[in-house]
Ligand binder design. Structure first.
Ligand code: PGA
Length: 219
């Protein structure tokens, strides 16, 4: 349409992303809004299970999550890699070691995400596949709270590498070099299979696929 040609797209964009994707999606929205100031954005951030519930109820235009559900009729675009890494405080005795064994990891107090988290699901299937049992001492339903708990010396965890996007690996946290890690996850962009995307959602999907890799590289 003429409005499209003039870059005057208008309307609402409803996005829902997992708590790992919140570390770069908001950053991507900046240049998008600059390009399309007429588009109003609603961003929901929650865990994988709640996102799948929202998808089943068709509450949002686009979803970003890992490990897409098999039981729903969905359209699916593979998006960026989302490696899961072992995170410890900077002064942890294992921080300087190379090739730490899984058995040694299992001896550390471990902080696990809540049930319904895709991160937890991936950690549990990794452990089952590799015959590791973790020493789960705490369960916390937030990546940020887990980071604070790690800094507080309560244990180590396995989280998306993107949770370190702002402070990097020279801040208070370190990535441990543990055998078998990182766990190679990836995000997908999803929407209900039967749904015809709005022009606005289609525009954002194309923008994500074009610009996502470059912006994620800076994270
Ligand atoms: P979650 O995120 O642990 O918040 O569910 C996992 C994912 O990115 O799919």
């Amino acid at each position: 349409t003429l409005a499209d040609l003039k870059g005057l797209k208008q309307g609402n964009l409803r996005l829902a992303v997992t708590t790992t994707a919140k570390y770069f999606v908001p950053r991507l929205l900046g240049p998008f809004r600059q390009r399309y100031p007429g588009i109003k954005i609603f961003l929901k951030v929650t865990n994988r299970r709640r996102l799948i519930d929202r998808l089943a109820e068709n509450l949002d235009d686009l979803y970003i999550l890992g490990q897409p559900p098999a039981h729903l009729d969905i359209s699916l675009c593979p998006f960026l890699e989302n490696p899961l890494v072992v995170i410890a405080p900077h002064n942890h005795p294992l921080a300087k070691e190379k090739n730490i064994s899984l058995q040694r990891l299992g001896e550390e107090p471990f902080i696990m995400r809540e049930a319904g988290s895709g991160t937890r699901m991936a950690v549990e299937s990794f452990c089952a596949k590799n015959g590791v049992s973790l020493n789960v001492e705490m369960e916390i339903g937030s990546n940020e709270a887990i980071k604070q708990a790690i800094v507080g010396g309560l244990g180590v965890s396995v989280l998306s590498r993107y949770v370190l996007a702002l402070e990097g690996i020279n801040g208070p946290l370190r990535i441990l070099d543990v055998e078998g890690f990182p766990i190679p996850l990836r995000w997908y962009i999803l929407y209900p299979g039967s749904k015809q995307l709005s022009i606005v959602a289609q525009t954002f999907l194309e923008y994500l696929l074009d610009e996502g890799p470059r912006i994620a590289d800076q994270a």
